[in-house]
Write a protein that binds this ligand. Structure first.
Ligand code: FAD
Length: 381
């Protein structure tokens, strides 16, 4: 079949590759001037530092098949994400661990002592937490909530934690040991020369044609047998039912010399600091040596028309609209919605790849059975 892939991010690239391997002819388009979507990395012209253009990306997964898949297209360097946070005039280790607790309270507690101590801080009057705030207070009490959750959450989501559901904080967000490895996944690493070369190698197949700076137009669809859409779900329909809510990010770039903050990611938990975090990109490639350094101050705000949609909001109102778009999409033929924007979900890279691989299976099975390809290979709700 002649297939059109809208979007050259990880979803589009993996789908294109595997469908090409399965014998189809693929046209990939992207409205941006580069491949790799939000994972795009590029060398900073001034310093030579490899920059994660749309925010920090660390590859982490428990999925051995996905891990093996990416190894085919890039060598990976070991990399563990160790995040720090500046709050109330001091620097602490994240996620909240025994070091954070001991430092924050000026104590030398053992794991059992800390567990009992945090349990005593927890607000036990909250028996049925409805909001993020109630859930956090029930788990860790007011001190840790104020320092590590309240301000950061307000800046990131643009609303009070009282307006967010308790389900965001499912488990006790504290470790009673000194493990500061941010992700609890078996396989973690960084593609040695960045994500964009990795995606370029995935797309490097004789049956794949890539066209950049090319936005989707209906005539393109008419020239293909089927469309895979990794753009925004509401965008496919011209936002006919309204816009699905997103948070967007602004990055303010600055350059310096040597080492400016000593780590890749420093969060800022206080509300009087307008940015949510600062990323110093050279720390993502510690095997490289650069005299200069590049930092991005990151600010979160509501996503307006023309902004890049980053984080789907997915509260009650957005889910109702999503449901309407799903109904509309299911009544539309010739298209399969994929990826983080096409299904309006936050997806890590490994999940994105897993779903793209599974979508190819589902698509191929439908063709083999003489059935219409599914509009969604995964349920966006
Ligand atoms: C700030 C941030 C940090 C992240 N950090 C991590 C991390 O540390 N680890 C991790 O595993 N994951 C991380 N992620 C998630 C990761 O970015 C996603 O998993 C991945 O980008 C999803 O790929 P995708 O192809 O589905 O979407 P995208 O990368 O968004 O690609 C979609 C592409 O479609 C194109 N497009 C859209 N509409 C059209 C149109 N109408 N015509 C043509 N082209 C169109 C867009 O230009 C875009 O390039 C992070 C995400 C964010 C926002």
């Amino acid at each position: 079949m002649k297939l059109l892939m809208v979007g050259a991010g990880l979803s589009g690239a993996v789908l294109a590759r595997e469908l090409a391997v399965a014998g189809h002819q693929i046209t990939v388009i992207d409205q941006r001037g580069h491949i790799a979507g939000n994972c795009h990395t590029e060398r900073d012209a001034e310093t030579g530092v490899l920059v994660h253009v749309y925010g920090p990306h660390i590859f982490h997964t428990d999925d051995a098949q996905v891990w093996n898949y990416v190894q085919r297209f890039s060598s990976f360097k070991p990399y563990l994400n160790r995040v720090k946070t500046t709050a109330q005039g001091a620097v602490f280790s994240l996620p909240i661990n025994l070091h954070t607790i001991n430092q924050f309270y000026g104590r030398t507690m053992t794991p059992d002592e800390a567990r009992a101590f945090i349990d005593a801080q927890a607000d036990k009057t909250i028996t049925d937490p409805q909001t993020f705030e109630e859930q956090a207070l029930r788990f860790v009490g007011p001190d840790l909530y104020e320092a590590f959750f309240k301000g950061y959450t307000m800046k990131q989501w643009g609303c009070s934690p009282r307006e967010l559901p308790a389900s965001i904080l499912k488990r006790l967000p504290v470790r009673f040991n000194y493990d500061d490895n941010y992700f609890a996944h078996k396989f973690q690493g960084m593609p040695e020369d960045g994500y964009t070369p990795l995606v370029a190698r995935i797309l490097d197949h004789p049956a794949i044609d890539v066209h950049l700076n090319t936005a989707f137009t209906p005539d393109l669809a008419a020239r293909h047998d089927h469309v895979f859409w990794s753009g925004a779900l509401d965008g496919y329909f011209g936002n006919r039912l309204g816009r699905l809510g997103y948070r967007t990010l602004d990055f303010k770039r600055s350059v310096g010399h040597g080492d400016v903050q000593g780590c890749a990611v420093m969060n800022y938990g206080d509300t009087d600091v307008p940015w949510t975090r600062i990323t110093e990109h050279k720390h993502f490639s510690p095997w490289e040596v650069h005299e200069g350094t590049v930092c991005y101050h990151e600010y979160a705000r509501a996503c307006d028309e023309g902004d890049i949609p980053y984080y789907p909001i997915r509260l009650v109102q957005e889910k109702a609209l999503l449901s309407d778009y799903i109904t509309l999409a299911k009544a539309t033929g010739g298209v399969t919605f994929v990826g983080r924007l096409g299904t309006y979900r936050y997806l890590d890279m490994d999940v994105t790849i897993r779903e793209a691989l599974d979508t190819v299976e589902t698509f191929s099975a439908a063709l083999a059975a003489g059935q219409t390809p599914p509009v969604f290979a995964v349920n966006p709700l």
